[in-house]
Each structure stands twice: as structure tokens, then as C-alpha cells.
Design a protein around this ligand. Structure first.
Ligand code: ARG
Length: 585
């Protein structure tokens, strides 16, 4: 049981002892104190219940507090109109810290009912290199997957890459005009990008070329051997390039079920929907229309044009017979539910695809997939310093690899200036770790829906709410153990807390489990990122206020345990953010 749960039980028994009729027990809550000056936890139960009982709230609170006070656990005081404030005793805090320190899981609780969760993230359109826009989905998706796994869910990470779209018509067209085989060996993604740009620029200028590109795509889709071979090579090359970036980011997948994996399922799917009346023909295309059952405002198949509600169907087969993104996504839901027994599917995708997902979710429900919980985990845009979406000087989206390299360069300057590492190799390795992970931490420390300004110098700085600050905190919490001249065996039973800074550090440590769980309430890694920063600050205050190596006996042992516990929580929490820690900096 957590401390608020234990306190809540005590409130309930006090109410029973006072023989008052209990309200709905769910309404009796003990929460974290809003203001730590008055206590660690609080409850408004006295204020809530006094009136119906015809009592004065402060007097009722006093009656309750007399029944609750427990010299081993907490002191109870009354504040304001009748708040109950609980201040845990140092011994109670020490017990908590001991339990957490002795727990291999750092006292992170497991969910009661484990669910199967498919996380659909990253999913770039291949044959093009990943650009800055892909960082958000990739990083948020990896973090949510790790957190869900940590609390006991079964997680399936699926990279639903766009490996079957119009871009292949273009790449194939340009490939046939002349591919640079040598460069394909050395810089595959850059060569594919060159081909793509060549075709895309040419077809913008010339309608005939656009047609030729489209014809190449149709040939591919009809199984033409030459085009298929080119496509397969593009995929293999892209896969190589992507793997390199994922390695660098510490991101991995259980499956790469891209769009093309569903090709054979699309025609029968559309036939089935036509047969059972879920879809119908419209101007030669096949579409899913509104069920006309709800309010148009909440209906993803309606759109308001000039003050009038009109049909806004989801097209699943174009008039030329081709299938599209929506068709594939329906087939994907079918597969994930039927073959993977998904209870939840989380789509970590740009907010601009919100309309598509509302239609997909509604359509899936109507097709009978109403047990699965489908969630669009949306995110906003990364901005440049001018407040507009981040672009290169040429006006393109910056490539992810370039962004990471720039971050490593910026980190290298800081490392050269401040690091105590000896060799050039160690420094280069540290700069890579700091650079890449600063980009990741910046992403995770912002609310996913907010647009944020991409500022490399700020991200890699040692001061501020940054990755380097956290990594440094971890290193500091470990370095003390290297300075010990003797090998110590620590015993949790000897934990004893004296100072305020120690207690505050333990208070922060004890919140870890809750913070991890809260990430999943609204898919918000930034809650965990912010928590780790707060924990690091509590650790530095403790470290400044409480000498460790210079203290003696039980005090020294207790403080060493707090350093050890802090380092473990920091490392574990950072690992949930997919950020590895260095041992030295
Ligand atoms: N490939 C898509 C894009 O780059 C993202 C795919 C997201 N996942 C999905 N099941 N639709 O926009």
C-alpha cells in the first residue's frame, strides 16, 4: 500500500470510530499536499462531511485528527477551514526509503490487469530519409512503450512504415533514368533522396512526367518484375539507413509491418464492406459514409462547408481501383486485433492526421472492432527560432541525421570545455551520448501537444532543464562510491533521516511509482521528465546540505543509501525515456 492509501484507511477507521455514516468511499481522498509547509499529505474529508452531519468543520477535523494521530507514522494538524494535514515522521520516511531501496523494481507497482498494447510509432515513408518531424513520434513512442512494459503490460512495437506509396513511382522513374550504383553503396539514403527529388521536381514542372511516375507505380502494384526488383532494393537500402538511426537513438521494434504487408488483404476487405453495406460506391470510388445516427458536429464523416453539414466520406478504393492509406489502416486494425489480440492500439502520429484517425476509429467500431481501445497520441510541431516550423536554409525539413550530428557537435564543445575525461575517444563517446540524448530529452520534456522551439545550445547546456543536467546528477550520485577507500556493505535497517534535505529527497524518491503510472493517464512522458528534474534538484540540495563522506556511522551509511537509491531511480527513469547514462563525465 502507498502512504496515501494507508492514510486513507486510517481516515476511514477514524470515521467508523466516530460512528458517522460514511459517504461514497470514493469521495474520501488523501492526496499529496499542495503546500509542503503544512504537511506531506492532505484531505478535505472533514470539510466535505461536516455540513451534512451538522458539525463545525474545524471541530470535526479535530475529532478526526485525535483518532488518526499515530506517533510512528504521522502527525495530524488542522489548517484553514478544516483541512487535515499529515506530516510523516522521519522514521516513516526512513521505512519508505528502505522498502524502495530493497525493492528490485524501486517500488514501482504493477497494474492489476495487464493489457496487450500495440504501439504504432515512427512509421516514416521510406525511400526518403527521416526528417526532423519523425523525431517526435519515434521518441514519444519508444518512451510510452517502455513505460507500459515497466508497469506490466504486454507491448508490441510496430513500425508501420510507408513502403507502398506514390514516392515509389517517382523513385522508380528516376532510377531508370540513371541511378548512381556507386553512391548507392556508400550513401544509399542520399542517393534515393536525390532520385526522389529529381522526379518530384520534374513532375511538378511537367504533367507528362507526373503521368510517367504514376504509371511506374501502377506497374509496381500490378506486379511488374523489374519495378518490383527496384522497389525491393529501395526497401532493403532504406532499412539499412533507418536501422542506423534507430541504433543511435536506442529505439527498436518488434515488427516492421509496413503498408505493403497488407496488400493482399485490401481487395477482399473492400468487397466484404461493400457486401455487408458498410461501404458504398460513389462516383466510381468506394467510400464509408456517416451512419447518420449522431450529431453532425461529433461525426467524423460530416464536414461543415459554408454553414452547411455535408458528407465527408472515407475513401477506401479510388475510382481507378487503387487502394489508399485509409484502406490499409483498416486492414491493419483487423490484423492487430485478430492476430495479436490487441486490447489497445496507440497511434503516435502528428496531430494533423486527427481527421483520418477519427474516421478510422469510428469505421473500425462499426466494423465490429469495438472492444479495442484506439487512441491517437497526437503531437505538435517543432519550430525554428523564428517561431515557424523548423526548415533548413533551402526550405526543406532538416534531415534527422544532420540534426543529430549538429547536436553532437554542440555537445562536443561543452565536453571539451568541462569534461574531466582523459582520452579523445572517451570525449567523443560522451559527446555522442550527450548530443543525441539532449535532442531526445528536449522532446520528452515538452507537453506533446505544444509546439517547441528547437534550440541546440540550450539543449546541451549543463545548466537548465536539460539532459546534461540529469546525466551529471546521476554521475555525481555514483562518483561518491568511487571515492570510498573501503568497500562498504549497506544495510537498509540502519536508515535514519535527520535533516530536512534528506527528508525532501526521500519524499521525491517515494513519488517515483506514481509518476511512472501517471505517464500513461494521458500519454505524457513530460510528467516523468519533469519529475526526474525535480528529483535531481532535491538530490543536489541534499548533497550540498548533508556531507556524506565526511559524516560518520549511521548518518554516513544512511546518506550513502540515499545516494545509491537516487542513482538507481535516475538511471531507471532515464531508461524509461530511452536515455542511457554514462558512469563518468
Ligand atoms: N507513414 C505515415 C506518415 O509518415 C505515418 C503512419 C502512421 N501510422 C498509421 N497506422 N497510419 O505520415
Amino acid at each position: 500500500m502507498t502512504i496515501p492509501e494507508i492514510l486513507r484507511e486510517k481516515v476511514l477507521s477514524a470515521l467508523e470510530a466516530l460512528e458517522v455514516a460514511l459517504p461514497d468511499p470514493d469521495r474520501i481522498q488523501v492526496t499529496k499536499a499542495a503546500d509542503l509547509r503544512f504537511g506531506d499529505f492532505q484531505s478535505n474529508v472533514a470539510m466535505m462531511m461536516a455540513k451534512p452531519l451538522g458539525k463545525n468543520p474545524r471541530e470535526f477535523a479535530t475529532e478526526l485528527s485525535e483518532k488518526i494521530s499515530d506517533e510512528d507514522l504521522c502527525e495530524v494538524s488542522i489548517a484553514g477551514p478544516g483541512f487535515l494535514n499529515f506530516t510523516l515522521t522521519p522514521a516513516a520516511w526512513a521505512n519508505l526509503a528502505r522498502a524502495q531501496w530493497e525493492s528490485a523494481d524501486l517500488a514501482v507497482t504493477q497494474v492489476d490487469a495487464a493489457q496487450t498494447i500495440v504501439v504504432d510509432f515512427s512509421a516514416p515513408n521510406v525511400a526518403k530519409p527521416m526528417h526532423i518531424g519523425h523525431i517526435r513520434s519515434t521518441i514519444i513512442g519508444e518512451c510510452l512503450s517502455r513505460v507500459a512494459t515497466k508497469v506490466g503490460h504486454k507491448v508490441i512495437k510496430d513500425n508501420h512504415i510507408g513502403d507502398w506509396g506514390t514516392q515509389f513511382g517517382m523513385v522508380t522513374w528516376a532510377w531508370k533514368k540513371g541511378v548512381d550504383e556507386a553512391r548507392l553503396e556508400t550513401e544509399p539514403l542520399q542517393e534515393l533522396l536525390r532520385l526522389y527529388r529529381l522526379a518530384s521536381d520534374a513532375s511538378k514542372e511537367d504533367e507528362a512526367i507526373k503521368e510517367e511516375c504514376r504509371a511506374e507505380l501502377v506497374k509496381l502494384q500490378q506486379g511488374d518484375a523489374e519495378n518490383k526488383a527496384i522497389w525491393e532494393r529501395c526497401l532493403a537500402l532504406s532499412r539499412k539507413g533507418l536501422d542506423k538511426i534507430y541504433d543511435r537513438l536506442d529505439v527498436s521494434f518488434d515488427h516492421w509491418m509496413g503498408e505493403s504487408a497488407y496488400n493482399d488483404a485490401l481487395a477482399p476487405l473492400v468487397e466484404k464492406l461493400l457486401e455487408n453495406g458498410q461501404a458504398r460506391e460513389s462516383d466510381g470510388a468506394v467510400c464509408i459514409f456517416s451512419s447518420e445516427s449522431g450529431k453532425p458536429k461529433a461525426d467524423p464523416f460530416k464536414i461543415n462547408r459554408d454553414g452547411e453539414w455535408q458528407d465527408f466520406p472515407m475513401m477506401i478504393r479510388k475510382s481507378d481501383g487503387a487502394f489508399n492509406y485509409a484502406t490499409t489502416d483498416i486492414a491493419t486494425v483487423e490484423h492487430r486485433v485478430n492476430d495479436w489480440q490487441a486490447d489497445h492500439i496507440w497511434y503516435v502520429v502528428d496531430f494533423r492526421q486527427g481527421g483520418h484517425f477519427s474516421q478510422l476509429f469510428e469505421a473500425s467500431k462499426r466494423l465490429g472492432f469495438d472492444q479495442v481501445n484506439l487512441v491517437h497520441v497526437a503531437f505538435g510541431t517543432i519550430l525554428g527560432k523564428d517561431g515557424k516550423p523548423l526548415k533548413t536554409r533551402e526550405g526543406d525539413l532538416p534531415q534527422l541525421e544532420d540534426v543529430l550530428n549538429d547536436a553532437v557537435k554542440a555537445a562536443r564543445m561543452i565536453v571539451d570545455e568541462k569534461s574531466r575525461l582523459d582520452t579523445v575517444e572517451e570525449k567523443a563517446e560522451l559527446a555522442e551520448l550527450i548530443g543525441v540524448n539532449s535532442v531526445k530529452f528536449t522532446e520528452l520534456s515538452h507537453h506533446r501537444m505544444s509546439d517547441y522551439v528547437f534550440d541546440l545550445d540550450k539543449m546541451v547546456a549543463l545548466e537548465g532543464d536539460t539532459a546534461p543536467y540529469l546525466l551529471y546528477s546521476y554521475v555525481r550520485s555514483r562518483s561518491i562510491f568511487r571515492k570510498l577507500d573501503e568497500k562498504v556493505t549497506l544495510n537498509g535497517g540502519n536508515l535514519q533521516l535527520t535533516g530536512k534535505a534528506e527528508i525532501h529527497l526521500v519524499r521525491m524518491l517515494s513519488r517515483y511509482s506514481d509518476q511512472v503510472h501517471q505517464v500513461l493517464d494521458d500519454y505524457r512522458p513530460n510528467l516523468l521528465a519533469t519529475y526526474l528534474l525535480e528529483l535531481a534538484r532535491a538530490f543536489h540540495s541534499f548533497f550540498e546540505a548533508c556531507p556524506v563522506l565526511k559524516s560518520e556511522g549511521q548518518t554516513r551509511e544512511s546518506r550513502l543509501i540515499l545516494c545509491d537509491l537516487t542513482s538507481r531511480v535516475l538511471k531507471d527513469g532515464l531508461n524509461l525515456l530511452a536515455i542511457p547514462v554514462p558512469e563518468r563525465m
